[in-house]
Write a protein that binds this ligand. Structure first.
Ligand code: UDX
Length: 429
């Protein structure tokens, strides 16, 4: 099918590329000329495993094109996906101005029936507004349908998540676009759920809020475990093997971050409030997440006492492993808190150091994770990168003034670390 994607951020670029991979003809539109040029040459502006190869492959196959022109994208496609940012505003609500602008641009360019699909994460009832806007601004007065088709991609695993989705949600108020939407997604072999638009929009916020709730739940359990002398990982395993609960997203640590969970929680709480429901449960999820960071910093200050003039090595800057994304990263938050207390930092991340420099200019960036500990008073693990488990503990111990490790992601085994002579503090164990 002929598809266009407006917006080539994480979601738009991965979606467009994977659509090309399964045989569709895709035009990706972005108003950033430098980005479009880079993509046309087969380069990509983000780190996402497996993506660069696929972009190169389909720029070469001719199934993936990039342009600055929304009109070109709209006029040469049957289905137009909106994948522009929906950033948070200071009051927690979502800034929908990019969506509104794109809806107007699409409307202005439409000269025949189109299916306009919203893929960006938006509050419930946005589809209704997009429909009104297109109706109002479409000079050609052609027919169209608006569909909500939320994405569930995890950064760092986005290509895999898109190629093998758990489910595809298609929200529409009319039967007309359903066949085309099914055709687009048939090659992905996933269950397809057709709902009304409001339900589809709600599914996205409800899913992310539930995952965030799961993390805050296990972090609350971790606090109880610490007080009771239990081990949160054993508890997570014990409850997670119950299929109704599931073991995934039960990793305790310094809390969740990233461009989705914090923003989506605030947005969901806000929209619920606007339509008359005080979502206290989700407010508590936010509170537990904030507390988790406070408690971890306290763990560090309880052990090191005064942080002024202490040197601390930090492993991890990205908001999670397998990404270079530092937006709302708990690791960056932690670093900033340590600096505020007067500590100087030596930091390392396998992929996120370039992006971190803007948020954390006054730190020493170390290329080799095994060299981070040198001359430090303690080491901190802030991101759950798998490769940190291979840290040369003997070298790190020699490099530190005292063998102290604060593990904010529970990567090491407490008994093992104790045997090796470390003062080891993790979360909920
Ligand atoms: C999330 C959703 O998983 C995805 O479906 C949605 O489309 C976008 O939002 P993402 O933001 O890429 O994806 O990251 P995710 O893997 O969900 O992790 C979010 C945060 O939770 C990270 O900071 C991570 O470190 C933290 N986390 C995750 C935990 O602290 N414990 C866990 O058990 C899992």
């Amino acid at each position: 099918m002929k598809l266009s994607i407006i917006g080539t951020g994480y979601v738009g670029l991965v979606t467009g590329t994977c659509f090309a991979e399964v045989g569709h003809n895709v035009i990706c539109v972005d108003n950033d000329a430098a980005k479009v040029k880079m993509l046309q040459a087969g380069g990509i502006p983000i780190y996402e495993p497996g993506l660069e190869e696929l972009v190169k492959k389909h720029v070469a196959s001719g199934r993936l094109k990039f342009t600055n022109s929304t009109a070109e994208g709209v006029q040469s496609s049957d289905v137009i996906f909106i994948a522009v940012p929906t950033p948070p505003q200071p009051d927690g609500s979502v800034d929908l101005s990019y969506i509104e602008k794109v809806a107007r641009d699409i409307a202005a360019a439409m000269t025949s029936y189109k299916i306009v699909v919203d893929k960006s994460t938006v509050p419930v009832k946005t589809g209704e507004k997009v429909t009104e806007t297109i109706k109002r601004y479409c000079a050609a007065k052609v027919e169209f349908d608006v569909v909500s088709n939320p994405e569930f991609l995890r950064e760092g695993f986005a290509v895999g998540d898109l190629m093998k989705p758990d489910r595809v949600v298609i929200g529409t108020s009319s039967q007309r676009p359903v066949a085309a939407m099914r055709e687009i997604y048939t090659p992905f072999n996933a269950p397809i759920i057709v709902t009304d638009i409001n339900s589809a929009e709600l599914i996205k916020h409800a899913a992310n809020s539930f995952l965030a709730l799961k993390i805050s739940y296990i972090n609350a359990i971790a606090t109880v475990c610490e007080a009771a002398g239990a081990n949160v990982q054993e508890v997570a395993m014990g409850i997670g093997l119950d299929e109704r609960i599931g073991r995934r997203f039960l990793n305790a640590g310094i809390g969740f971050g990233g461009s989705c969970f914090p923003k989506d929680l605030s947005a969901f709480i806000k929209i619920a409030e606007q339509i008359g429901y005080d979502f206290k449960l989700l407010k508590e999820v936010q509170r537990i997440n904030a507390d988790q960071m406070e408690r971890f910093v306290k763990k560090i200050t309880d052990t090191l006492w005064v942080l002024k003039d202490k040197k601390i090595g930090v492993l991890g800057l990205a908001f999670k492993q397998n990404t270079d994304d530092v937006r709302s990263s708990p690791a960056i938050d932690l670093c900033q808190r340590l600096q505020k207390e007067g500590a100087t930092l030596r930091v390392h991340d396998p992929k996120a150091m370039d992006k971190a420099k803007a948020l954390l200019p006054n730190a020493t960036y170390v290329d080799d994770m095994n060299a981070v500990a040198e001359g430090c008073d303690a080491l901190v693990v802030a991101t759950e990168w798998d490769e940190f488990k291979q840290l040369d503990l003997t070298r790190a111990k020699k490099g530190l003034t005292h063998p102290i490790l604060f593990d904010g992601r529970n990567l090491f085994d407490p008994a093992e670390m104790e045997k090796l002579g470390w003062i080891y503090k993790s979360v909920g164990r």
